[in-house]
Every structure is written in C-alpha cells, then in structure tokens.
Design a protein around this ligand. Structure first.
Ligand code: F6R
Length: 237
C-alpha cells in the first residue's frame, strides 16, 4: 500500500482531489466509486474548485456510490443520495443519469443489489474507488464479521456504526438499522483505490489496516491484497 502523509485535513483533501482529478484527466470516461461520510467532504469541495477553475470536467464520468441507508429516499437530508447531490453532483458538470447509488427504498432490496452489480459490470467495473474507513475498520458498510460478502448486499449496521452516525440525525432512534453496500469483492475489483483517513481517533484502525493481520474482523485489512492502493492521511504512522 502506498502511503501519503499530509499535514492536516485540508492538505489531505487537496491531495485526494488532485489524485482523482489526475485520473479523470487521464481517462475522461472513468468510472468512479464514491464514498460519503465526513472525511471526503473536503475532497469534494476541492474537486468542485478544480472544476470551477476549468481544470477538470466530469461530463463523461460515470460513478457508483458505495452505499445507502435502507428506508431513506433521495430527498431525505441524511440519505447518501442527498449528500452526494448537495456536496458534489449539483456543483459539477456530471450528467444526470451518469451517477448511481443503491436505492434504499427499493421494494425488493435483493433485486436492487442485483441491478447495481449488473450495472457496474456493464460499465466495465470501477476504475478508481475512493474509500473512507469506519473506526471499526468497515469499508462501505462491510462491517467486522466472520466472513466477507463479495457483492452488493443488505447489512445490519453494528451498534458502533449506528452510534457513530447518530451525530448526523436528531436522535439515535432515527438512524436506520440497515444499509445496502457494495461488497468487498466489488471494492477489490476496482483498478485503483484511494483510502482517505483523517483524525487521530483513526490511528489504531489505520495501523491495523496497513500492518495487521488480514481478517474479516478488520474488513479494510483486505486492501493489503490489492496491488494499487494509496492511503492519503494526516496520521503519521
Ligand atoms: C460511507 C462509507 C463509510 C465511511 C466511514 C467513515 O459511504 O462508505 O465506510 O467511509 O463510515 O465515515 P467518516 O468519514 O464519517 O468517518
């Protein structure tokens, strides 16, 4: 795994945005895999700046998000669809229909998971996947477990994740208990991966991810088996 240390959150966000922009300039038809959460907000902000300065265009890009809560529609302010529109899609030239997220309100979640996987495959897979990491080592919403799921699937969120995400809702009772997420197999098939990690509270999990045993109990540790992962972080290991 390559490791890029940046002095602070802003520099981490800039470095990630520049790397994404570089990939899009190299391949304007790139298929991106995108994360939500607090970590990538700065990266999206810098990507919007690069777009506004005429340095990059997303007109031919396609994207798939990692995950979505079950039960929230795209107009719900805490849905990931809303997050992406608000922070990124509404501010760049990506075409409507060129980006997709799992539909958390699909009447049959299993059919939705299949649709998502088939569409990703039809688009030729993901060229560049950007990931954040949960304090428990989850990537997407692949939570610590005894095994790893390959494809897009529905998960029960762990108590830790529900608690961590409660900060975005009025109360912990409003946090959805289930989510749809790409599987570890979908993520590992990406041609290139950026893992974005910020904040001292993630030091321990970053250490385990990069140097610990590869185990489904630390889902991000599987990234050690990928040949093109760049960790961009403000944590000096
Ligand atoms: C969100 C996602 C999650 C987050 C992780 C970290 O799409 O895939 O794995 O990346 O929960 O979230 P933050 O950045 O809020 O600490």
């Amino acid at each position: 795994m390559d490791y890029i240390y940046c002095a602070n959150y802003e520099k981490t966000s800039q470095a990630a945005a520049r790397m994404v922009a570089r990939e899009v300039l190299k391949n304007p038809k790139a298929v991106l895999g995108l994360p939500t959460g607090s970590t990538p907000i700065g990266m999206y902000r810098y990507l919007v700046h690069l777009f506004e300065d005429g340095l990059v265009s997303f007109a031919d890009v396609k994207s798939f998000n990692l995950d979505e809560y079950v039960g929230l529609n795209a107009n719900h302010p805490q849905s990931y669809a809303y997050f992406m529109y608000d922070n990124f899609f509404s501010k760049i030239d990506v075409l409507p229909g060129a980006y997709d997220l799992p539909r958390g309100i699909a009447s049959d979640i299993n059919v939705e998971c299949k649709r998502y996987d088939e569409k990703m495959q039809k688009m030729g897979g993901i060229d560049l996947q950007i990931l954040g990491i949960g304090l428990n080592g989850h990537i997407g919403f692949n939570e610590p477990s005894h095994d790893m799921q390959v494809r897009t699937h529905c998960v029960d969120l762990t108590h830790d994740t529900i608690q961590a995400n409660a900060r975005f809702f009025n109360s912990i009772d409003e946090v959805p208990r289930h989510a749809v997420t790409m599987g570890i197999g979908n993520i590992m098939k990406s041609r290139k991966i950026i893992l974005l990690v910020s904040g001292e509270n993630k030091r321990d999990i970053l250490q385990k991810t990069m140097y610990g045993a590869v185990s489904p109990e630390v889902p991000a540790s599987i990234l050690q088996f990928h040949s093109d992962v760049t960790v961009i972080t403000d944590i000096k290991l």
